[in-house]
Design a protein around this ligand. Structure first.
Ligand SMILES: Cc1cc2nc3c(=O)[nH]c(=O)nc-3n(C[C@H](O)[C@H](O)[C@H](O)COP(=O)(O)OP(=O)(O)OC[C@H]3O[C@@H](n4cnc5c(N)ncnc54)[C@H](O)[C@@H]3O)c2cc1C
Length: 456
């Protein structure tokens, strides 16, 4: 076995993983293909390049990403420490000077005696995954724009279904924020009132459908037409050139489908067939369906609503759907280039690859989404790679009541429709006692999480 751990990819996750390993006294070979080769979104020669917005989001503990950052501070994350040092004024948010940030991370890793940085692309020449993982422990942290050569090797490891090349994710909503005076439970046809079924028997029957897979939101003609009209005129995100071709090969954004004609959605994802609106006793004009998104049943996605609408527009337009007027969006829909593996099948809660325990994945490629989330998975994978290196079967699984643990649990828990996930309070287990006020609830969840991390 090698006397070092290999980290592939010197982005946010890979840089954090390398630091965590080195500080535990273990040698690291960190492979980064820049400046020899750049992805379509990278341009800076330094490590830990921030490819888009320079914001690491809110610092408030009542914000899920704020809580995650605080956990990372307590766990001695190098990248969050440097983000704090290179912060620029941005109110409650942690925004950084991206040049200084990447430069300081690079300098820190370069001067670390345990870290050797090698600027080469893995997946070519002698740097093949199979051989590397036969000889030692490897962390793959090559991000959403992993080079094609390495992506092909990852497919060899994971199988054809193991690697996705873009996100087509619908928005996700907290169940408690859905207006259940309008929404009703039930699966198509099962919920519908039978021809010969009397009203009382039907009402009693649908009362028992609370365990059904779907929550349904009925719309009348006026509500439907108003919604479609706002949808087709809403502002969309400008895609990068490299993203335009790939996205439309998969599934279609809801706003593009809506542009094909006023009734297109009513005959597609919003079709009302098989339902009876409990409020009217008739079939609704259209139905929006929400499907459970986590095992706890605390968050739901809007079926068929993959979209390129700007986040603010998603909030505005989707809140027009009756029942979603006060919806809390834990994640907005996205459709963009994103290489990620089918983690629920492939990884455990330490980001360890189940088919070959010498391999860990970290960062956006695991299906965590966002800068801070990528850093968090780099930290978990780095710590666990060290435990493995020291010949232990010991693993460090972070408590699911912490944001860092909840994310690791989310990506490694069975999920047939797995899509990347960012930090949000919906993935934490529910409190024993319900707290209706959102701020108070999030504050309580944050207190619990930080206490666990401090005592760990
Ligand atoms: C266009 C775009 C915009 C984004 N905007 C945001 C945003 O505004 N906010 C946000 O929170 N998140 C954003 N993300 C998502 C995500 O948070 C970032 O991509 C984040 O950088 C992911 O961290 P990572 O470490 O997984 O990957 P990266 O930071 O991309 O690091 C991967 C590294 O691996 C290297 N690499 C790739 N293949 C190889 C190989 N074969 N051999 C060696 N090195 C290799 C790359 O050069 C890169 O340096 C965006 C993603 C993309 C693609």
């Amino acid at each position: 076995m090698n006397d070092y751990i290999t980290v592939i990819g010197g982005g946010l996750a890979g840089s954090e993983a390398a630091y965590q390993i080195a500080k535990r006294g273990i040698k690291v070979k960190l492979y980064e293909m820049k400046p020899v080769k750049f992805s379509p979104a990278h341009s800076n020669k330094n490590l830990a390049e921030i490819v888009c917005s320079n914001s690491f989001k809110s610092n408030l503990h009542t914000n899920a990403c704020g809580l995650l950052k605080e956990e990372l501070r307590l766990l001695d994350s190098l990248l969050i420490r440097i983000a704090d040092k290179t912060a620029i004024p941005a109110g409650q948010a942690l925004a950084v000077d991206r040049e200084k940030f990447a430069q300081m991370v690079t300098e820190e890793l370069e001067k670390n005696e345990n870290i050797e940085i090698i600027n080469k692309e893995c997946g070519i020449d002698e740097l093949h995954l199979k051989e590397m993982s036969e000889n030692g422990i490897v962390i793959i942290a090559t991000g959403p724009l992993t080079s094609d050569n390495l992506a092909n090797e990852i497919i060899e490891l994971t199988g054809d279904e193991g690697l996705h090349f873009y996100d087509a994710a619908a928005p996700i909503i907290e169940k408690d924020s859905i207006n259940m005076n309008i929404a009703f439970w039930g699966d198509r046809y099962e919920q519908e009132r039978g021809k010969d079924e009397d009203v009382d028997t039907w009402k009693k029957r649908i009362e028992n459908l609370k365990d059904a897979d779907y929550i349904n939101l009925p719309m009348n003609k006026e509500e439907y037409e108003n919604f479609v009209n706002e949808l087709v005129n809403a502002e969309v995100v400008e895609l990068h050139e490299f993203e335009k071709r790939e996205i439309f090969e998969g599934c279609m954004p809801i706003e593009i489908m809506a542009k094909r004609g006023l009734d297109t959605l009513r005959f597609g994802p919003l079709k009302p067939v098989g339902f009876t609106d409990p409020r009217t006793g008739y079939r609704p004009y259209s139905v929006v369906q929400l499907r459970q998104d986590n095992t706890e049943g605390t968050i739901y996605n809007i079926v068929g609503f993959q979209t390129n609408l700007k986040f603010g527009e998603q909030k505005r337009v989707f809140s027009l759907i009756p029942g979603l007027e006060n919806a809390d969006f834990v994640k907005y829909g996205v459709m963009h280039r994103n290489t990620f593996i089918n983690s629920p099948e492939l990884l455990d809660e330490t980001y360890n690859f189940k088919k070959n325990n010498n391999i860990y994945f970290a960062g956006q490629i695991t299906g965590v989404e966002g800068y801070v989330e990528s850093i968090s998975s780099g930290l978990v994978a780095g710590i666990n790679a060290c435990l493995k290196f020291n010949n232990g079967n010991k693993k460090r699984v972070f408590d699911e009541k912490t944001m860092i643990g909840a994310l690791a649990k989310y990506i490694s828990t069975e999920n047939k429709k797995f899509q990347p996930m960012n930090a949000n309070f919906g993935i934490l287990p529910e409190l024993d006692k319900k707290i209706r006020d959102k701020k108070e609830r999030y504050g309580r969840l944050a207190d619990i999480s930080l206490k666990i991390i401090k005592n760990s």
